[in-house]
Design a protein around this ligand. Structure first.
Ligand code: AMP
Length: 461
């Protein structure tokens, strides 16, 4: 379900006129679909990617979330599939789009189906967590453009349900996320099965060293497209931090929900347990909410997501499985109940709001234990996040000051009014004994850069 028409500032082409999709060389059936979707002007990533992909170039594109990158690769790809190459044969695929999560597979395929509405092409999405048999049946006729998560695709390939001899284009969407989720081995096995002569397009919101390494191995003289500064979150998202004691986070959340009359909120928690606990607590307070994480069956996850998108539920609590690429229309607010362990995930999380030219807010509830995570985020985004203390929730364990240089500037101060007994006892121990927070301080912390050749990491976030 693509939402529409409000994304890009008007792009001006070299001759001084407004850039249009027609000027980028797209064919009439695609233009008609775009008109129907109310896409009037290409976004910057589309303006760069579409001509390059049409010309058959490899691409390495860094684009912020919500910049229209799906159409950036899908439109020219659909055009090439329509205009070039042979009719797809049984069990073959002609273009493959690899995505990290099931939800993203559904979403990307939904967008692609809309763009392809007037084209004589077969498109489909396969992913794990659902029965493989219907997918095998569907693949029998051959598919022009297949969206897939790596694990399920490999299963299908090993059972001879899918062949790559006709493959002309490979797209890696959210490539960094695929590595984060431990798909390196699957990706290697998939590449090994693909024809060496092919077009490869690599999209990623963040570009780590390992992604650059992977790109070096896979891409052939790629055009590099970087439409926004690296690792900078969408400027349309107003971000701030509320310092709070860890144990009071649930209470603070409910307080802010009431006080600020939050409407629709996507909340990120670190663990599956954390998601379940918060959902249970909010439901106990009569709040209409649901949760998604890797332990839940795919159908349940999709249902919760669909209800959230349809605004049938007010609050969706999620682990990072929901963080990337999901397109939720006009989402006004993202709350980080816990900060992410990997700083790049912060950018992806808050990228769920402020999309398609709208403004949004991202609020992080941060406790003293998370100071190193906060520092890593500020370093990555090159932005010191403003702090707003909530009067009744000023933390006993002060969150040390941080800034975008990666320094933790001050040791925790004593609270203004500690209760003589309990509070002082705890804080005193923290400060006097040189106790460290649960996350051990590191200079530039948090993310170990794995090499592309190492084994898989944890699959489910
Ligand atoms: P994406 O970054 O691909 O997830 O796209 C973000 C949102 O922008 C989606 O809702 C798209 O349907 C929408 N969109 C993409 N390109 C355009 C465009 N040129 N004009 C208007 N909306 C667009």
């Amino acid at each position: 379900m693509a939402e529409t028409g409000k994304l890009a500032p008007l792009l001006i082409s070299l001759d001084g006129t407004v850039m249009t999709f027609a000027k980028l060389g797209l064919i009439e059936p695609l233009l008609r679909a775009l008109e129907h979707l109310n896409y009037t002007t290409p976004t910057p990533v589309q303006a760069e990617a579409i001509p390059a992909v049409l010309a058959g170039r490899d691409l390495m594109a860094a684009a912020q979330t919500g910049t229209g990158k799906t159409a950036g690769f899908a439109l020219p790809l659909l055009q090439r599939l329509t205009m070039e190459g042979e009719k797809v044969t049984s069990n073959s695929v002609r273009a493959l789009v690899l995505v990290p999560t099931r939800e993203l597979a559904e979403q990307v395929h939904a967008n692609i189906s809309e763009y392809a509405e007037h084209l004589p092409l077969r498109t489909y999405a396969v992913y794990g967590g659902v029965s493989i048999n219907p997918q095998m049946m569907k693949l029998r006729k051959g598919i022009d453009l297949l969206v897939a998560t790596p694990g399920r695709l490999l299963d299908l390939f090993r059972q001879n349900a899918v062949k790559f001899s006709q493959l002309q284009t490979l797209v890696l969407d959210e490539a960094d996320r695929m590595l984060d989720l431990g798909f390196a081995d699957e990706l290697r096995s998939i590449y090994a099965a693909l024809p060496a002569r092919r077009q490869t397009l690599l999209f990623s919101a963040t570009f780590s060293d390992e992604i650059r390494l992977m790109a070096g191995q896979m891409l052939n003289d790629p055009l590099s497209v970087e439409v926004s500064p690296r690792n900078v979150a969408a400027s349309s998202v107003k971000q701030w931090v509320v310092p709070v004691d860890k144990k009071r986070k649930p209470e603070l959340f409910s307080h802010l929900l009431r006080k600020q009359r939050w409407k629709q909120v996507l909340v990120f928690a670190k663990t599956r347990n954390g998601v379940d606990q918060l959902v249970e607590r909010l439901r106990g307070q009569g709040v209409n909410c649901d949760g998604i994480h890797g332990d839940k069956p795919q159908a349940t996850r999709q249902r919760a997501l669909d209800s959230f998108k349809a605004r049938e539920i007010q609050i969706l609590v999620a682990t990072d499985v929901a963080a990337r690429g999901l397109d939720i229309d006009d989402l006004p607010l993202v709350v980080n109940f816990d900060l992410p362990i990997v700083a790049e995930d912060y950018i992806h999380r808050i990228g769920r709001t402020g999309r398609a030219g709208a403004t949004g807010e991202a609020i992080s509830l941060v406790c003293a234990d998370e100071v190193q995570l906060l520092s890593a985020i500020e370093t990555l985004t090159r932005k010191t996040l403003p702090r707003h203390e909530e009067p009744d929730f000023v933390p006993e364990h002060r969150v040390p000051l941080t800034d975008a240089t990666g320094q933790v500037l001050k040791k925790p101060k004593k609270p203004k009014k500690p209760k003589e007994s309990g509070a002082k006892g705890k804080l005193g121990r923290w400060m006097d004994s040189g106790d460290t927070p649960a996350v051990a301080p590191q200079a530039k912390p948090v993310r170990k850069v794995p090499t592309f050749n190492t084994g898989p990491r944890k699959r489910k976030p």
